[in-house]
Design a binder for this molecule. Structure first.
Ligand SMILES: [Zn+2]
Length: 170
């Protein structure tokens, strides 16, 4: 019961605020923009579900893995930038992509160190390091120490977590 009342109170205070300033829709949006500026992008599961495909949602938000050799980018050799399918952050430039033979797009270095985040992942009885998009917290894949020089890293990334911005040569 107490929860119910607290929720009602919260709802009321939001609506009152919106009455004072602007229409409900815009009120929510500015609230959201404010939280984005402060730290990470905050979206509810429902919001993510409306802006991602079911496969993208399963991988980015539920830490799924796409079946190897099925993704849209593992064979892509075009020049350009791989960006986050969730928020558009620049993640991996095509010139750090290489053929790893795993069936997932593989890179030896992110575009910018501050655009990705890594976390220990001990699920599935393995010790791995998860790679996430720092801006939206989306799951991208894992990073391993068997990559090529100069970094020796293999960022093993799901195609579904990525979009590709092709660089057109003039
Ligand atoms: Zn992102």
């Amino acid at each position: 019961m107490a929860e119910h009342l607290a929720f009602n109170y919260m709802l009321k205070s939001i609506l009152i605020q919106d009455d004072r300033k602007e229409p409900v829709g815009r009120g929510f949006k500015s609230l959201w923009a404010h939280s984005t500026m402060k730290s990470k992008m905050q979206k509810s599961d429902t919001e993510w579900k409306t802006c991602l495909s079911p496969e993208e949602y399963r991988i980015l938000r539920e830490k799924g893995t796409e079946t190897p050799f099925t993704g849209k980018y593992y064979k892509n050799k075009k020049k350009g930038m791989y960006i986050c399918a969730g928020c558009g952050a620049e993640l991996f430039p095509s010139d750090t992509k290489y053929e790893s033979g795993t069936g997932w797009p593989s890179f030896w270095k992110p575009a910018k160190k501050e655009n990705v985040e890594t976390k220990p992942d001990n699920s599935l009885f393995m010790q791995r390091t998860e790679v996430l998009c720092k801006k939206c917290g989306g799951h991208l894949g894992h990073v391993f120490d068997d990559g090529p020089e100069p970094t020796g890293k293999r960022f093993c990334i799901n195609s579904a977590s990525l979009n590709f911005k092709e660089k057109k040569s003039k």
